[in-house]
Every structure is written in C-alpha cells, then in structure tokens.
Design a protein around this ligand. Structure first.
Ligand SMILES: [Zn+2]
Length: 223
C-alpha cells in the first residue's frame, strides 16, 4: 500500500492551511511544477515541450544545481517560467536542524536572485521577478521551519497531485493516469526534471499537455 496519495486529501490540506495546496479553482488553469533541476538534457527537453504548448510552469530548483548549470537556469527564466526554491542540497526537513534548513533556503534564494539579475542583463525589458516560492524536499518541513520561512515572506507551495514520476516501480502509463484522472481546475501538479524521473515524466507530461489542452485548459506559473 502506498502511504502517500496521488491526490492530497482535503483533510491534510485543512490541517496545514498556511501552506498552498491548490490555486484558485474557478478557471480552467493547471499549474505544472518541476522539482530538483536544473538538470542537463532533461530540463531543456521539458522547456522545448512546454514551449510547443505555450505552457508556463514553475521550476523548484536546487541551489547546488543552479550553481552547476547556470546556463540552463537562465533558459528557464528566458522562457518566462516561475522559479521556486527547493533548498541547496535537498535535505529532509524532519531530520535537519532548523537553522541549517533555513540557511539552505536563503543561500538558494541568493542564487536565484543572482541568476535572474544576470538574465535581465542579457535581455532588456525582461519581466522576471523573484517569486519567494518554496517547496520542501520530500514534502518534509517541521512547524518551526515552516513558521520561520513564512515569517521571511516565503509562500510554501505543496501540491494537489503527485505524478509519482520518480518511482521506477510504476509504468509511464500509470504515471499518466495519476495526473489525467485526478487533476482539474487549479491543480498544482508535481513532476521532476531529474534523470531518475525522466522515463515516466517525459511520457506523462506529454500526455498531460495533450489532454488538458484539448479540454481547453491553460498552463500557468504559480505567482
Ligand atoms: Zn525534490
């Protein structure tokens, strides 16, 4: 049995109301998110596909990967996607000291700000702003860590739907079904632009974009 559900139950969303689980549900808009990049090959493949559907998304980047792959990071910004913070080294919140945890977020936020600034220097009138969006790795965050980040002005972005694309025991078709059968207006969907998730993510993302575009949905950044 899988303890983590594909679709987050209302009960869980209600227990943690200061975190964001959905976006407004009055319009046909879906909010795709990608965690753990930037990743060579995978992130650029994702950008090409999103561009072909005129879709925008939110990329929760790992600080260490932004440092390693600044050009890919700049490509995210140039394409007009939103950037979120996913810590510097992807620690598990429940077993990480809160100072260490918060410092990883601040260090990554500095890298995001620097990257956005660099891109702005290359493109005049570029509109990217720093969004202060944070997603905890593994969804693990203690109340103390959450409180401190909220006090620093971060929005803590959780999810409505997990594609389970990282799980290599499921098929690409199951991953597709996780999303297509359960997502709807205002859903925040988690995919990963990582090497591990790629075989499932590439298939399921393509199907998701096809399916929801056909049904008249738009894909927007979290703001
Ligand atoms: Zn992650």
């Amino acid at each position: 049995m899988n303890l983590i559900p594909v679709k987050t139950p209302k009960l869980i969303k209600g227990i943690f109301p200061s975190y964001t689980w959905d976006m407004p549900q009055d319009q046909k808009v879906i909010y795709l998110t990608f965690d753990d990049g930037p990743t060579p090959e995978i992130t650029n493949w994702t950008l090409d596909l999103l561009r072909s559907y005129n879709a925008k998304a939110t990329f929760f980047c790992i600080g260490n990967n932004i440092e390693k792959y600044p050009d890919i990071f700049n490509d995210l910004i140039k394409d007009g996607h939103a950037i979120g913070n996913h810590t510097y080294h992807h620690p598990k919140g429940w077993t990480t000291n809160s100072d260490v945890y918060v410092n990883q977020v601040i260090k990554t936020q500095d890298l995001i700000a620097l990257g956005i600034q660099n891109t702005k220097l290359q493109i005049t009138n570029h509109k990217s702003t720093i969004a202060n969006l944070f997603r905890p790795p593994y969804g693990q965050i203690t109340p103390k860590q959450g409180k401190r980040l909220l006090a620093l002005g971060y929005k803590i972005i959780m999810w409505d739907i997990l594609a389970f694309d990282w799980k290599n025991s499921i098929s690409p078709e199951e991953c597709e079904k996780n999303v297509i059968l359960k997502a709807g207006n205002g859903s925040i969907i988690v995919f990963h632009d990582s090497v591990k998730a790629a075989p499932r993510m590439k298939f399921a993302l393509t199907k998701t974009l096809e399916h929801f575009s056909r049904k008249g949905y738009q894909f927007k950044c979290i703001e």
